[in-house]
Design a protein around this ligand. Sequence first.
Ligand code: ATP
Length: 530
Amino acid sequence: MLLKFRMTQEELFKKLIAHCKEYGYIFPSSEIYDGLGAVYDYGQNGVELKNNIKRYWWEAMVKLHENIVGIDSAIFMHPKIWEASGHVGAFNDPLIDNKDSKKRYRADVLIEEYIAKLEEKVEKEVAKGKKKFGDTFDETQFRSTNPNVLRNVEKIEEVRNKMKIALNSGDLNRLRDIIIDCEIACPISGTRNWTEVRQFNLMFSTQMGSVSNDTNLIYLRPETAQGIFVNFLNVQKTGRMKIPFGIAQIGKAFRNEIVARQFIFRMREFEQMEMQFFVRPGEEMKWYEYWKNIRMEWHRSLGFGNDKYRFHDHDKLAHYANAAADVEFNFPFGFKEVEGIHSRTDFDLGNHQKFSGKKIQYFDPDTNESFVPYVVETSIGVDRTVLLVLSAAYAEETVAKDNGETDERVVLRIPPILAPVKFAVLPLVKKDGLPEKAKEIMNTLKFEYKGQYDEKDTIGRRYRRQDAIGTPFCITVDNRTLEDDTVTIRYRDTMAQERVPVTSLSQVLDKLINMKYALQDLELKTNKYK
Ligand code: ATP
């Protein structure tokens, strides 16, 4: 099996988006009305993949940890919550407009893109050196002596530092100065005719009740975490939870993103899987490291390769955090955040105590003391994980046929535990009692896993259709099945075929698809951190 050809990452991304639509994964929202910016719908396969991802996360959190429980809080919440959390005052992005193209950008993103271009220049210079000097090339020495590399690295550090200072002090003029000094131009108009930088609040608001005035103003939640904080006492008391313990939640969040590009990477309506872990003050750094490790193991367990992930410490800490790191994945458009691990101190519970006037404390029976717990959170986007899985799974291949010719196939190598359709039952031909036998098999297996029955077109075309949606196993029923009650299982990734008795099908599939085994593996890998 050969990879068909080397696509650029941009080509790959475009093809992936088209593939997602063609095979019922993801559709633009309101498409017949020309769509709605950065809002997407999940189709018949997308919803299954999404549900499986949510289940794998939920079970890894809530089932594998006895001290983690789940909740499902409402999207609408009391508006004071967003004052207490700091979102009304500080959930802003700095935006800047180009006066000629009338396009709006996030000022920090423009600067980040400028830095990325300088980094690209450095890597090109290194690649040139490698080519020129061949085997004798000493990369470390080259990086520390080549004047072009040194100049660019110095510039990167200078710009990054300036941006960090501007963001941390909230100094919008300084941010604009960087854009002007670096001569950053608008990608559309090519000019440097910029407006001032302004703050833009990302929360969507609406009115509750029939009278519209300011007192009825409520927000669509921009994160699920606050629903957990305001239920801290409810869960702790009714569940008799002892610190350290966690509360997990999966749900929709809404952000009026300024730069909403890159498909489902940045949406205005999306879903989060968040877990807030409540600990004793002073122990938060230990738990922060613990959760970084545990979450990285979860990502690695999907089997896309450890080198596809890295940690990135935040340049600018959010108003609530004393430590924060992102898990980044190498998407077709580079390493980008898929999950955040944040040490949120007692900021949220402390502020809810202040704003609500209700005591929110934990009484520790071991020490006879009451305190406001500290929090370490893990926060991952469901949609970004869907994109991660799909972009890592998509492959175009040239494959050999039995007659010596070659064929092309697009295959989604989705981990079997996450695949939307687990198996397909295919009668070799549509006669001789094969469809009846195939349906009988389908009707037995359907109670365990989501499958598809397909009798249309040649067997080769049916295999390709299943490859394209990522079905890990095809079960083919042929004349021999009627004689000895055996079928062939064809494996998606290797295309190898194996003859097995119909009576053992359920067992064979279970080993490969049942999430239980993946969770057992994960537990073994994470035990060392406990
Ligand atoms: P970014 O820097 O990319 O805007 P963020 O740091 O604001 O993300 P968090 O507030 O930490 O994101 O949210 C936690 C997770 O929620 C992110 O890691 C991401 O997976 C997901 N997420 C956040 N914003 C969006 C969005 N607009 N669309 C899809 N997923 C999102």
